[in-house]
Design a binder for this molecule. Structure first.
Ligand SMILES: C[S@@+](CC[C@H](N)C(=O)[O-])C[C@H]1O[C@@H](n2cnc3c(N)ncnc32)[C@H](O)[C@@H]1O
Length: 181
């Protein structure tokens, strides 16, 4: 069953843990179907910036906090779904994730969150995302199951012939700068 778009008493639209009032940065988008789903849910998605490494105006997770179009903004949610370095060597993936977390940390609002979606099975467990986050000074808020049914229209890009997100076994790691209560 697909996620519903909820409207709260202030008229803000919410889908899963994203709200139309959030300033959202999407990093490493594939075909922009995740961005399209959020935009469809929110109506005008003027608060959202969707980026890719694969376009002329590319945004690289290694340097994004200095990107001329992004360095003046602070975001409530910075999201990288299924980061993948291209070659199947886990330290390369870890390097992308570490760079993403370091840059994203500098781009958050005070109560902002960083979300990384990844598979929970081997070999993805070797990436140790929560450990990388803690080493980078971030706090784990929660780990939430993520399936493509949450965002029905999204098509997750394949790498090495493997679908990044299937019916299950994927989760969203939610991180923040704030100390845990
Ligand atoms: C498995 S695909 C996932 C694409 C999309 N996020 C999705 O969920 O369908 C991995 C993505 O990571 C991107 N990527 C790899 N290294 C990156 C980097 N340094 N900065 C930004 N994106 C990067 C690739 O361009 C690719 O689009």
């Amino acid at each position: 069953m697909e996620s519903k778009v909820l409207v709260d008493d202030r008229g803000e639209k919410c889908i899963k843990h994203y709200s139309s009032s959030h300033k959202i940065l999407l990093v490493g988008e594939g075909d922009f179907s995740f961005a399209a789903r959020l935009a469809e849910a929110f109506g005008p998605a003027s608060n959202m910036v969707a980026t890719s490494l694969d376009l002329d105006c590319k945004v690289d997770a290694n340097t994004m906090s200095h990107h001329p179009l992004l360095n003046v903004k602070a975001f409530d949610r910075i999201v990288f779904n299924c980061p993948h370095a291209g070659l199947n060597y886990f330290m390369l993936h870890q390097n992308v994730i570490k760079a993403f977390l370091k840059n994203a940390r500098d781009m958050l609002t005070e109560s902002g969150q960083i979300h990384v979606t990844h598979k929970t099975s081997y070999p993805y467990t070797m990436w140790e995302i929560t450990k990388l986050a803690e080493e980078g000074g971030l706090q784990l808020v929660e780990e939430v199951p993520f399936t493509k049914w949450d965002y029905p229209a999204i098509k997750i890009k394949k790498h090495m012939g493997i679908k990044a997100i299937g019916h299950s076994l994927s989760e969203n790691v939610v991180l923040s700068n704030l100390p845990m209560p």
